[in-house]
Ligand binder design. Sequence first.
Ligand SMILES: [Zn+2]
Ligand SMILES: [Zn+2]
Length: 154
Amino acid sequence: MDDQAAHAALDHAADHAAEIRAAGLKVTVPRLAVLSGLAESPHATADQLFETVSRQLPGTSLQAVYGVLGAFNTAGLVRRIEPAGSAALFERRVGDNHHHIVCTNCHSVRDVECVTGEAPCLTPSDTAGFIVQTAEVTFWGLCPDCQAGTTGIH
Ligand SMILES: [Zn+2]
Ligand SMILES: [Zn+2]
């Protein structure tokens, strides 16, 4: 790591500590590691995060990662999405009511922008008297890699 990269990494750690504190949580090393793992892979499963975190903190358990994610979710620091047939995915982008598109072949996930500030982004024909606050839409399709056949159909 050169000097500049080392400084950038330290800056991120400081940002992450501030975010954790702002959410009303205590800053711990596993929490910092999970948060930086999520910065690297924006839609990650607990298993994927466990792998990333283990590289930094070899003693970490999957249970500890689940514990951190649960606390982050409750504190509003992460959003949990669960496309049908997939493990729960965690992401840092919270509170903007964006949607997701999932590849039916390789299960890669991308964000789908919505009209920001205009939640719920969709107008139901009948709300049965409910006041609608958010909408959660999962689009399914083939990602560009799979269309090009570079990932192989499984
Ligand atoms: Zn794909
Ligand atoms: Zn997302």
